[in-house]
Unconditional design. Sequence first.
Length: 204
Amino acid sequence: MAISNPITETWQDAALSRPPGGARNRIIPAAAFVLRTEPDNFSVQRVARKAGISARAIYGHFSSGAELASAARMLMLQEMIERLPARVNPFLEPREALRAFAHSMAEVFRSENAAWIMLGRQDAAFMHQYRRSLRRPLVQEVEAYLQARLAESCASDGPASRAEIFVTATEAIAINYAPELALDLEVTDALDWFVKSFCAALNL
């Protein structure tokens, strides 16, 4: 499965759309667009230009650029969650099922500009929601899949469950892979090697 990392036109369409409900519903998608495309240069002024309103109007809804960025991250997080895989396919062999799940996860992460996720780690409210609404369901799904195929419980394996190791490693490979630094390793190869090793360790 080829995994790309585009800045898609769909994001721009979403950011510039103007749904009913007032200026706030124009501001947050515009802020999300700026975070995705210019995460290191996020500013209220840039958001205002995208939304087609004044910076002063934005401050009528948000007390600071940080509060605006946090609201944008919540929107972007929800969009990511809606695109993530919900189930490990029980009809495939375990290695293929987990490989497909890992690649589907990675495709979502790779389609994002990872910088906004990294910067969001300083936002406590965002990270709480990220763990609760994005990571926890993924871990629970992988854990349930493993429990159904292994005699012993996968609920705990030292400080982290095996399911959480799977999700964490897949997430880390997808977010941190930098093609400009790689020699002969593609992100798909890294994922495949990890899944193969993970399954071998569990005799799957």
